[in-house]
Ligand binder design. Structure first.
Ligand code: ZN
Length: 299
C-alpha cells in the first residue's frame, strides 16, 4: 500500500530527473568485435554501469538501465522502457565499426526528421489501441484522433529539441577525451531513438574496428574517462535546461573577485568541466562579474 503521508509531501516540483541508459547489444548479440576479440557489448555495458554510478551519486537524478548484465533486450523494449519511466533523457551507448581500420572518433546520433515523422505516423496509426504503453499516458485523448495528433507532434517536437541540445553538449563533452569522428550531431532513424516523448541520443564512443581505439576501449581508465565525460555532459545539459517539474532549477552565479571556477563548481556540486560545458566556456579563468548558470537541486 502507498504511504499516504509521504505521498502528501511530494509536490510535482520535487520529482527527480530520470535518465535512461541503454548499453547496446548483449547476450547472443555481441555487437561489433575488434581484431583482438573485444566485444562491443562488454565495453558499452562497463561504460554504462560506471556512468550509472556517477549519475546515481548526483543529487536529484534517478537512473534506469535497459540492461545491467550480459543479456539481450529487443530494441523496442529498450525504447519503451525510457518512455514508461518518463525519462528526461535516453542515452544509448555503443562502439562503432567500419571496414577501414583507420577510421576513429566519437559520433553522437539523434533521430532524423524523417525517422520522427515515420514514428509519429506509426503512433497515430495505433492511437486507438489503449494497450499501447506510450499512448495510454494520454488517456483523455485516446478517443480523439485529432487531439492525439496534435499532442504527439507537440511532444515529439519538444523531445527532439531537447535531444538536439543534449547531443550538442555530449559532443563537446566527448571532444575533450576522444577525437570526434563527426563534429556535428548526426541524424538517423534508429529504433531506440523513436519514442516521441523522450529526448533520445545514441553515442558511438569510439571505433572498436580501429586497433588503437580497440586498445583504448579495453583500458579501464579510458572507459572511466568516457563515463566521466558523458556524466559531465548530461549534468551540463540539465543545468542548461532543467526539465520542467523536476527538482532541478537553474540560477545565475556572478563570479566574484578572486573567485575561481573550481570554487564555484565545488559550491554547486559540479565538476569544472560540467560548469564549463553548461556555460559554453573555453579553457582558462573567467573575469569577475561573469554570469554563470548553475543548478539549484532541491533533492
Ligand atoms: Zn552498436
Amino acid at each position: 500500500m502507498a504511504d499516504a503521508s509521504r505521498l502528501g509531501r511530494i509536490t510535482p516540483r520535487e520529482r527527480p530527473i530520470v535518465v535512461c541508459l541503454d548499453p547496446g547489444h548483449g547476450g547472443h548479440d555481441p555487437g561489433a568485435v575488434g581484431v583482438r576479440g573485444t566485444r562491443e557489448k562488454d565495453v558499452v555495458l562497463d561504460v554504462g554501469l560506471i556512468l550509472a554510478g556517477h549519475l546515481r551519486r548526483t543529487p536529484g537524478i534517478q537512473v534506469v538501465m535497459t540492461r545491467q548484465t550480459d543479456r539481450y533486450i529487443p530494441l523496442l523494449s529498450r525504447m519503451y522502457l525510457g518512455s514508461r519511466q518518463r525519462a528526461d533523457l535516453f542515452v544509448s551507448i555503443h562502439a562503432d565499426a567500419f571496414p577501414d581500420p583507420d577510421v576513429r572518433g566519437s559520433t553522437v546520433w539523434a533521430l532524423s526528421g524523417k525517422g520522427a515523422s515515420n514514428a509519429a505516423a506509426r503512433w497515430l496509426a495505433k492511437s486507438q489501441n489503449s494497450a499501447d504503453p506510450i499512448l495510454s499516458k494520454w488517456s483523455t485523448s485516446r478517443q480523439d484522433p485529432m487531439l492525439n495528433e496534435v499532442l504527439i507532434n507537440m511532444t515529439q517536437t519538444a523531445a527532439m529539441n531537447a535531444a538536439a541540445a543534449a547531443a550538442d553538449v555530449m559532443i563537446r563533452g566527448l571532444a575533450g577525451i576522444e577525437g570526434l569522428h563527426n563534429a556535428a550531431v548526426q541524424h538517423a532513424n534508429f529504433v531506440v531513438l523513436r519514442a516521441p516523448d523522450v529526448p533520445s541520443m545514441l553515442v558511438e564512443t569510439a571505433f572498436i574496428s580501429n586497433p588503437q581505439e580497440e586498445q583504448r576501449l579495453r583500458d579501464p581508465e579510458f572507459r572511466q574517462d568516457l563515463a566521466q565525460s558523458m556524466h559531465d555532459a548530461i549534468v551540463a545539459h540539465f543545468v542548461k535546461a532543467p526539465p520542467s517539474g523536476s527538482c532541478w532549477s537553474a540560477a545565475n552565479h556572478v563570479l566574484g573577485h578572486h573567485e575561481t571556477l573550481t570554487e564555484v563548481a565545488r559550491r554547486y556540486g559540479l565538476s569544472v568541466k560540467a560548469l564549463r560545458l553548461a556555460n559554453n566556456l573555453a579553457q582558462g579563468e573567467e573575469p569577475a562579474g561573469t554570469h554563470l548558470r548553475v543548478p539549484i537541486m532541491d533533492a
